[in-house]
Design a protein around this ligand. Structure first.
Ligand code: G16
Length: 471
């Protein structure tokens, strides 16, 4: 019996050779191909890409072959390609979707499939449910007598050209900002650094070659994996360290001196900066807001309130933010897991764009991120967010499910002002502090998110949340 293929928060992910096998990729891609054929009009087409993981290029070639056998014209990338670049290519070439072989920021033993829809956004649950059903119970299709073409296509130039219109590279160049970039051996290499080089911005790059073990740690731009970036910044006297994850849709930022700045804080700063610097974001007749997942900082709520713009809250998953970008309702959409996109850009998170906008903001304001954050806190109040992962053993899962079903009027002796079940269980306390518990859709962990107005308050809240959930 073959194991079920399930699309979680962001595609299907599995351990290579365990479940992520050629046989299962055939099943998964067959399901996607039948879905495309059943929904597309005539001459269906598909973008196929991959990140630099072990065997990714082989999986991608197999996927293109299967799709072509179903009569789908494939545009296959000749090299590792970021997920946001695939989103851009789908829109530019007007294909019926795109497949990226990637397990994103997950450890080296994983691979995965992200399926993006015809608008470039991550597939919505109603689409992945149909694909899962196609995989489980293939519907009969008549294959064409000869396969559709598989065309090699480089998606990089057009995507970089577009980014150069959206970011003010001249501001970065003329400020003389010294940058270091770490793609963490991922698909961002040659993209962010390539664009900076084209624009005449000197930047040092690390880990710009393929290593399927990602230097021994997951390609996740979290504080604990940015030690070499920090070191390179110290050696070169850099103002800013930029990083992207395995498929370059997430960002990681180190401030002058090497301090990690929470993606939550970056989102709020960039929103504030866009309103200040972009005519399309403020004034005029278009009145856009901002969107964030329910797990993301309330500093964004405060910035939205300060600028009198609407705030939209979504479950976790960038697909929901992608929808609001598509509806042209927001200036910026973001998630605490280091996801960001902006108005008129792809409805998918883009780590390269996020890094470049942050660099532009630092160059333009001529202040470190710590100084900018201090100023923002003075304007709208202070917010200290945190996130912890609890490995999902059976007892943890059972206890989590039991406790999250109950109603609570108090939390560890403090009154609960609001209960939010948009995704998991979120309890908002009277002073605006909050805790959220939910099961991850991409990893076998329970996520615990907290936020308080001070660092000390955050630590106390996190300790209380652990007691509450697992005590
Ligand atoms: C994916 C999704 C994000 C989500 C993140 C964490 O990121 O695209 O929208 O915030 O997973 O989700 P969860 O908490 O359910 O594991 P990526 O970069 O892995 O595609």
């Amino acid at each position: 019996m073959s194991s079920p293929i399930h699309f979680g928060t962001s595609g299907w992910r599995a351990v290579i050779a365990e479940e992520f096998t050629m046989a299962n990729v055939r099943r998964a891609v067959g399901g996607i191909a039948r879905h495309i054929v059943s929904t597309a009009t005539d001459a269906p087409s598909l973008i196929v890409g991959y990140d630099p993981r072990f065997l990714s290029e082989k999986f991608a070639a197999l996927a293109a072959e299967i799709a072509a056998q179903h009569g789908i014209h494939c545009y296959l990338s000749p090299e590792a390609v970021p997920t946001p670049t695939i989103a851009f290519a789908i829109r530019q070439r007007k294909t019926d979707g795109g497949i990226n072989f990637t397990a994103s920021h997950n450890p080296a033993e994983y691979n995965g499939i992200k399926f993006s829809m015809a608008n470039g956004a991550p597939a919505l649950p109603e689409v992945t449910r149909k694909i899962e059903a196609e995989i489980a119970n293939p519907s009969p299709v008549a294959l064409p007598a000869s396969p559709a073409p598989i065309e090699r296509a480089d998606f990089r130039p057009a995507y970089l050209e577009d980014l150069a219109q959206k970011v003010n590279l001249e501001v970065i160049r003329s400020a003389g900002l010294r940058l270091v970039y770490d793609p963490l051996y991922g698909a961002g290499r040659g993209y962010l650094d390539g664009l900076l080089a084209q624009a005449g911005v000197p930047a040092v790059s690390l880990h710009g070659r393929r290593d399927v073990l990602f230097g021994g740690h997951p390609p996740d731009p979290a504080d604990e994996h940015l030690g070499e970036l920090r070191q390179a910044m110290a050696e070169t006297g850099a103002h800013l360290g930029l990083a992207t994850d395995g498929d370059a849709d997430r960002f990681g930022i180190l401030d002058e001196g090497g301090a990690f700045i929470s993606p939550n804080h970056i989102l709020a700063l960039v929103l504030d900066y866009l309103i200040e610097s972009r005519p399309w974001a403020a004034g005029g007749t278009w009145q856009g807001g901002t969107a964030k997942s329910v797990a993301t900082t309330h500093l964004l709520n405060a910035v939205a309130a300060y600028h009198h713009i609407p705030l939209y809250e979504t479950p976790v998953g960038f697909k929901y933010i992608g929808e609001l970008i598509e509806q042209d309702k927001i200036i910026l959409g973001g998630e605490e897991s280091a996801g960001m996109t902006i108005r008129r850009h792809v409805p998918e998170k883009d780590g390269i764009l996020a890094c470049l906008l942050t660099a532009e903001m630092v160059a333009s304001r001529r202040m470190s991120l710590a100084q900018q954050l201090e100023e923002l806190f003075r304007k709208v109040g202070s917010y200290y967010p945190g996130r912890w992962n609890v490995p999902l053993t059976e007892p943890v899962k059972k206890q989590f499910i039991e406790r999250s079903r109950q109603e609570y009027s108090s939390f560890e002796g403090r009154r609960v002002a609001k209960t939010d079940r948009t995704d998991g269980l979120k309890l908002v306390l009277e002073d605006g502090s909050w805790v959220l518990f939910r099961l991850s859709g991409t990893e076998p962990v329970c996520r615990l998110y907290c936020e308080a107005p001070t660092q000390k308050g955050l630590e106390e809240l996190a300790a209380a949340a652990r007691r509450f959930l697992f005590g």
